[in-house]
Design a protein around this ligand. Structure first.
Ligand SMILES: [Zn+2]
Length: 115
C-alpha cells in the first residue's frame, strides 16, 4: 500500500510503499530523544515529493546513516543507509504517516544503545 508521509509544517513530504504492521522502537542515543517509530523499506519505495534541499541532514557515530529532518519544524522524517546486504534502505518514521494507526503496530524494542 502507498502512504503519504510528511513533517509537521509540510516542507518535507514523501510517498512510501509498504505494509506497515510492525515498528522498531530503538533506544540509541538519537532515537531515545526523538522518539521515532521506525520501519525499513528499500530506498526506491520512497518517493520524495518536495525539493531535496528542504531536507536537513544529521549524522553521528560512524556517519553511515543519513538522518533527515525538517529544519523548519524539527520533525525527523526518514533516514537513509545500507542494509546488511549493501542495498540502499530507508528508515521510515511511521509517526509521520497520519493514515497509520500507531496503536495497531507491533512494537519491537531494539537495543541500539548496545550496537
Ligand atoms: Zn517541517
Amino acid at each position: 500500500m502507498r502512504y503519504e508521509a510528511s513533517c509537521h509544517c509540510g516542507k518535507i513530504a514523501y510517498d512510501v510503499e509498504g505494509e506497515f504492521t510492525e515498528a522498531l522502537d530503538c533506544n540509541c542515543s538519537l532515537c531515545r530523544r526523538r522518539g521515532a517509530l521506525l520501519a525499513f523499506v528499500p530506498r526506491d519505495k520512497l518517493i520524495l515529493k518536495t525539493p531535496e534541499e528542504n531536507l536537513s541532514r544529521y549524522t553521528f557515530n560512524k556517519h553511515v546513516i543519513q538522518h533527515y529532518f525538517c529544519g523548519n519544524c524539527g520533525i525527523a522524517v526518514y533516514g537513509e543507509g545500507k542494509a546488511p546486504d549493501g542495498s540502499a534502505t530507508a528508515a521510515i518514521n511511521l509517526r509521520c504517516i497520519p493514515a497509520i494507526d500507531l496503536d495497531s503496530l507491533n512494537i519491537n524494542k531494539w537495543d541500539g544503545a548496545s550496537h
